[in-house]
Structure formats: C-alpha cells, structure tokens
Design a protein around this ligand. Structure first.
Ligand SMILES: Cc1cc2nc3c(=O)[nH]c(=O)nc-3n(C[C@H](O)[C@H](O)[C@H](O)COP(=O)(O)OP(=O)(O)OC[C@H]3O[C@@H](n4cnc5c(N)ncnc54)[C@H](O)[C@@H]3O)c2cc1C
Length: 690
C-alpha cells in the first residue's frame, strides 16, 4: 500500500514511523517548508503519548533532549498558589510527562523516519496544493516555491498539514481561516535560574490573561525556560518586550524574575490564539486528517502534540488490522473524532485552567488560603473531568491495550510490557537454565529456574532452539557470574546490582549474607511477575532484595537506585547478563558509563555479549532471522569486548566460550565442549574499575 503524508510536523512524522512499525512498505512525507523549523519553543507530551514514543523505541532519545515535568502549579497574579498536582511518573503514570522544544522533537522524529525509510522519505519544499480521488486512490498535486508541480498517486493520503491544512480545506472549501478568540500569545525561551522544583510547569492567570513558564532543557544549574504570555490584543504597537511588561509586569511568578527573563529572551514571537471548530467528518474516501489538521485546539492542557502522536498510532494500527483501507480510515475516525471533539470544546473553556479564572473572580485581590475560594472537591473535580475527556486518566493510560501491531512481543528487555504478558514470554533463558540444572552432568545449579519456566516460555524456547538458538552462553555466563559474585562477596562486597534482572534467581539461591543488599532493576511488571512465580521459595531469600521497575534506556534509573538506598561510594558487584544483544550501541555506551560513575572503588562488573562473529557465521542466520521476526532482534556484538570495556574505564578479563572451554580462566571450572559449540561466538567478562 502506498501512503502519502502531507506535513512533516509531529503528526506526519509520527504517522510515518508508526506505519513503518506496523509493517507498511511505501510511505513518503511531503513538507511545504524548505527545511525543519529551527525555533525552539516548548511543548509538552503527556504520558499517554510518551507511552507511544516508548513503544516506538524513541522515549530515551526524546528524553535526552527534554525535561521530565514533575508538577503543574497554578497561581493567581500575586503568585498565590491556587492548585498544584504531581505529573507524569510522580502522579502514578507508568510513563513521564515531557517538556521539550518543538524543533528538537521534530528533529528526533525526522531522524527516525530517515533511519527507517531512507534519506528520501521526507521531501521538503513540497506543498500539497490540490487533491483528487479516482479509481480507489488519491492524486495529490505538490508545488515547490518556484512554481514547479508534480503529481503523486497513492492508495491513502494522510492530511497532517496543521491548522491551515490544505487537505482539510479541500473537503471544507468554505471554512475560511482559523478563528481567533482575540487573545495574542507572546512566546520565547531564555536561560535562567532554577525555579520551584526545576521541573515545574507554572501557570499564572486572572480571568483574561495567562502566563505559563516551564523548563525545556537544563545545563547544570541553568535552565532553559519556555514562557508564554497570553492576553487580549489591544492594538499594541510597541516592541513585544514592552507589550508583555505593560500587561504582566506587575505579576509575581514564584521564584522567577519576570522582567529579567523577558530581557534575556533573544527572540519573542507573537501570534493570535486560534483553534478550529469541530467538524462532522475527517475521512473522505481514501484521505483522512490527523493532528491539528483534524482538531486544532487552544493550547491549554498540553494536548496539541500529545493527541497528534496518538492519532498517528491509532491510524497505523487500524490500517494494519483492517482489510480495507477506507474502512480502516473510518475506524480510526470513529475512535478518535468524538474524543477530540470533546477535548476541543473543553479547551475553549480553557480546560483545567478554569480554576485560575474562578479564583480571580471569587478573590480578585488575592486570598490568605485557597480554601477560602474553593472546596478541595471542587478543585479535584475540575482536573479529573478534564483528564477523562482526553482519555489520559491514569488508569486508562497504564492499562489500555497496546497500539503496536506487527510486534506484539517486542524485546522483553527494551519494551514495557505488563506483568501478565511478561509471565508468558519473559523467562526463556530460565527454561534453558532449568533444563541444564536437571542434567546429571549439570554445569550450572539453578534449582529455582524451573519455577520460572512457564508453558509459554518453554514453547518459545523450543522454537528458538529449533532455529539454531544456542544454550551455552546462557549457562556458562550464569556459572561464571555465580563464581565471580561469590568471590566478591567473600572479599567483603555487600552491594549487588543486577540490571535487566528479569529471570535472575541469585538472590534466592546463592545464600548471600543477610547484610548484602541485592538491587534488581528491570522494566515495570517484570520483577513483579518473577516474584509471583518464585513465591513458593520466598523464604529462601537470605539477603535484602530491592526490586526497581525502571527502563534502563532512560536516565531515571540511576536516581531511583540511589533513592532506594544504593550507595555510590561503596564497592558494588554489577551484573549485566543477556541484555547487550538487544541494545543499540549508543544505549549500551551510556549505560556502561553510568554504571562506572555509580561505582565506588573496588567495584566489579560481570557482563556478557555476543562476539561480532556471531552475526557473520552463516550457522546463526536462521536464529537471527527468527529473533528479528519476533521483535527481539540481536543487534550488538563485539570483536574485542575487553578492549571496548577498557575504553570505557573498565579493566576487563574477557573470555570467549572457546577460551573458557580450553581452560583459559583459572578461577572458573572449564565448561564442557557441549556448551561451547563453534557457532556460539560469545564473550563473558569480569571487569574492575581501571
Ligand atoms: C513552525 C511551527 C512551530 C510550532 N511551535 C509550537 C510550539 O512552540 N509549541 C506548541 O505547543 N506548539 C507549536 N506548534 C504547534 C504544534 O506543533 C501542533 O499543535 C501539534 O504538534 C500538532 O502537530 P501537527 O503535526 O498536527 O501540526 P504542525 O506541527 O502544525 O505541523 C504541520 C506541518 O505541515 C506543514 N504543512 C502545512 N501546510 C502544508 C501543505 N499544504 N503541504 C505540506 N505540508 C504542509 C507545516 O509546515 C508543518 O510542518 C508549532 C507548529 C508549527 C508548524
């Protein structure tokens, strides 16, 4: 199926990525501008959409350019607090809320489109200027800035061309320009001091005016603060800086020098606050609308980019799961349009920001305590009602079915899955260890692996082995790690961190001393699933086990670890087993550097990885294809693992399985030849801080 997307904004790019993820083979994005917009104003992405970015493998990359928003705080113009609430992870969502410059988000998405589809997938300077539908497909006319035109034919056209959409105006020719509510928005960014939590979105307002401030980047103690000032236009003729000061100069945002912030802003842009009326149809034959083209709304409640991403994901999901493309577009619209119509209406009443208007009307000169103005129930009700309208209430976001279609079982260790699903698929290596444990000549003793070997895991393990999957690396690295951990503990180390600890049973089976703390980090849900399966042997835990549900590609796991009692000054045994094949090199490099920074003197790293030869050996081709097809592609291997670790601050003794079988390591028993077949090219390593 050929898909044409008009518009390389957030909706269009997210649609292109989602279609690729869903298995489509021919997608091109046409963008009117001659290149990406470089102005770095901020926008927010709510957990609902961050979940989608995570499922597309983009959360970590986006977060690297962003700030996790911790709280929303609303004030009257005197800086008196009207309402505050936790946001993102702190509010119980499984995903964070993110504040980011729009141009950076666009950059990340565009890079991902090019990575997946190739360099030519985004065509700039190609404005959709007309469209026609005949013979079941769509003919789009695209114009460049010199007047050149070309016709592109496709099976489906996606109008992702923003609030002034040409696709929409082809369906609604008499609609005219977007209506304004008479308010002008002034926007800018400037580096400044931290205010409040350093990750707060602060909204100040009376009954007509608003001031919104939040950081979108951080460099040490300095924060890049995004600000938006909105007030009714009164034919202001002076410079934007003076206009904003004249309207809001007496306002007192907490811990912010407003005049200083405005003065430090190099470029202030201003435009009317506009939206679109809800429309009765988005889909016409083989063409449909997404993002602002479908439902542009006032910027209250952080929904512009958020809902654009959700549109893209639902659209790709419906196209991939409905036989007829036109019916798929109808199904997409049926799911999205009623919700977005409600949200557009709610935003015209300024959504949850209504509390500020009410506070001003009830106490125009301020108050001593907000309870003079509102009852707690009244406040909570306003926020809850808004959340449910946009389908981003916590319960729904955390538990709704995934929109990912082509890869229902993605890499267990890189994609967030719920505990039920993990129980079914997450313990394939435990099956291998359980089988080894049951042999009379077992090289590894792991009596509890059997408890993790669910029927589904057994089935998956059998399928992998039938395709040439190897078992030796799993068993040998486990024994290698057991011996090395035992030695470190005997030498007095009492802090252990096991990353991607999904199926690890060491805290139960090694009889570690009671003063030892054994931190396990894995995706939310994974460790709970393991705990349930190991419940019959819960009394075998001899040390203090501390489970942490975190995504290792984020940066947050480090803070969570320390918050959970980890001491970066003490020596630590780090265990990273079976994780590397699934990571991209940049993720692994960041991970290993973070581990080094958290390691006190005397720390030990136990780690394994495929040898690069594994990927070159034709004997592994069938297995690699199999892993790829089930969404858990092996992608990372090393020609010289010891050298790589050395370049990242670790002095390593690294062995291939063949070297271990030949007795190259003096302190671990040589594994039998049956566990080291020639095509199982694999490294196991013990490293100490250099
Ligand atoms: C330049 C720009 C800056 C923005 N800055 C902010 C911001 O700082 N904060 C914020 O909250 N929101 C901002 N927005 C709006 C925000 O991006 C959207 O509300 C939201 O992300 C929905 O995204 P969208 O992809 O539907 O629309 P948009 O982000 O508006 O993207 C639409 C894209 O379509 C292109 N386009 C338009 N007409 C045609 C055509 N005929 N043919 C082909 N391509 C076309 C546009 O150039 C644009 O790249 C901005 C939008 C734009 C275009």
């Amino acid at each position: 199926m050929r898909v044409t997307i008009a518009g390389a904004g957030i909706a269009g790019l997210a649609a292109a990525i989602s279609l690729h993820e869903a298995g489509f083979g021919d997608v091109t994005v046409f963008e009117a501008d001659s290149g990406p917009d470089s102005m770095g104003f901020g926008l927010n992405i709510l957990p609902n959409a961050v979940r989608e970015l995570a499922e597309l493998g983009l959360q970590a990359e986006v977060e690297r350019q962003a700030v996790r928003t911790r709280e929303l705080a609303m004030y009257n113009p005197h800086g008196q607090l009207v309402w505050r609430e936790d946001r993102g992870r702190l509010a119980g969502y499984d995903w964070p809320q993110i504040s980011i410059a729009r141009c950076r988000l666009v950059e990340v998405l565009a890079a991902e489109v090019r990575r997946r589809w190739g360099e030519g997938a985004i065509v700039y300077d190609a404005r959709l200027a007309g469209l026609g539908q005949e013979g079941g497909g769509v003919r789009a006319t695209l114009a460049d800035r010199y007047g050149g035109r070309r016709i592109v034919e496709s099976d489906v056209l996606v109008g992702a061309d923003g609030i002034r959409s040409a696709v929409r105006s082809a369906f609604y020719p008499s609609e005219g320009p977007p209506p304004s509510n008479g308010v002008t928005m002034y926007r800018g960014t400037a580096w400044g001091e931290r205010f409040l939590t350093g990750a707060t979105m602060a909204v100040l307002g009376d009954d007509r005016r608003r001031l919104v401030l939040y950081p979108i980047d951080r460099d040490g103690d300095r924060f890049l603060i995004n600000w938006v000032a909105a007030f009714p236009q009164e034919g202001d003729a002076e410079e934007p800086y003076e206009t904003v000061l004249r309207h809001l100069g007496t306002w007192s945002p907490p811990e912010v020098d407003l005049a200083g912030l405005l003065g430090a802003t190099h470029h202030i842009r201003h435009y009317p606050m506009i939206d679109r009326d809800p429309i009765p149809r988005w889909t016409f034959g083989a063409a449909t609308l997404v993002g602002d083209a479908a439902h542009a709304m006032y910027p209250a409640g952080s929904n512009g980019a958020t809902q654009a991403i959700i549109d893209a994901r639902v659209l790709a999901c419906r196209l991939a799961t409905t036989a007829d493309a036109r019916e798929a577009l109808q199904a997409y619209e049926a799911e999205r349009r009623p919700q977005m119509t409600d949200l557009q209406r709610s935003n015209r009443a300024m959504g949850p920001e209504r509390v500020i208007t009410l506070a001003h009307q009830r106490a125009p000169h301020g108050f001593r305590d907000v309870t003079e103005v509102f009852s707690p129930q009244e406040l909570a009700q306003i926020s809850d009602t808004y959340a449910v309208t946009g389908k981003f209430d916590r319960e729904w976001v955390n538990t709704r079915p995934s929109l990912t279609v082509s890869r229902p079982q993605q890499r267990e260790n890189t994609v967030t899955v719920k505990s039920e699903a993990v129980k079914e698929t997450g313990f394939i290596t435990a099956v291998i260890r359980a089988t080894e444990h049951g042999r009379p000549d077992a090289y590894l003793s792991d009596p509890y692996a059997e408890l993790l070997a669910t029927p589904r895991s057994r089935m998956m393990a059998e399928a992998a082995l039938a395709r040439g999957g190897t078992t030796g690396s799993v068993i040998v690295r486990a024994r290698f790690g057991d011996v090395a951990l035992g030695q470190a503990v005997a030498a007095g180390v009492t802090q252990v961190v096991c990353l991607a600890a999904g199926g690890d049973t060491r805290a139960w089976r090694l009889g570690l001393p009671s003063e030892a703390r054994f931190f396990e980090v894995d995706l939310p849900g994974q460790l709970e699933a393991k705990e349930e399966l190991l419940a019959p042997v819960a009394d075998r835990l001899t040390c203090a086990r501390v489970p942490l549900g975190e995504d290792l590609r984020d940066e947050a796991w480090k803070d969570r670890l320390v918050e959970a009692g980890f001491d970066p000054e003490s020596p630590t045994v780090w265990i990273i087993e079976g994780l590397l094949p699934y990571l991209r090199l940049d993720h692994f490099t960041r991970l290993i550097e973070n581990v080094r920074k958290l390691s006190g003197a005397g720390s030990v790293l136990l780690i394994d990885a495929p040898h690069a030869e594994f990927f070159r050996d034709p004997a592994n081709e069938s297995f690699l294809t199999f892993m790829n097809s089930r969404g858990s592609a092996f992608q990372l291997g090393f020609d010289d693992f010891g050298d790589f670790l050395g370049r990242h601050g670790w002095k390593a003794e690294a062995y291939t399985l063949a070297e271990l079988a030949a007795g190259a390591c003096a302190w671990v028993p040589a594994p039998p030849a049956r566990l080291c077949p020639p095509h199982d090219h694999h490294w196991v390593a013990r490293a100490r801080l250099a």
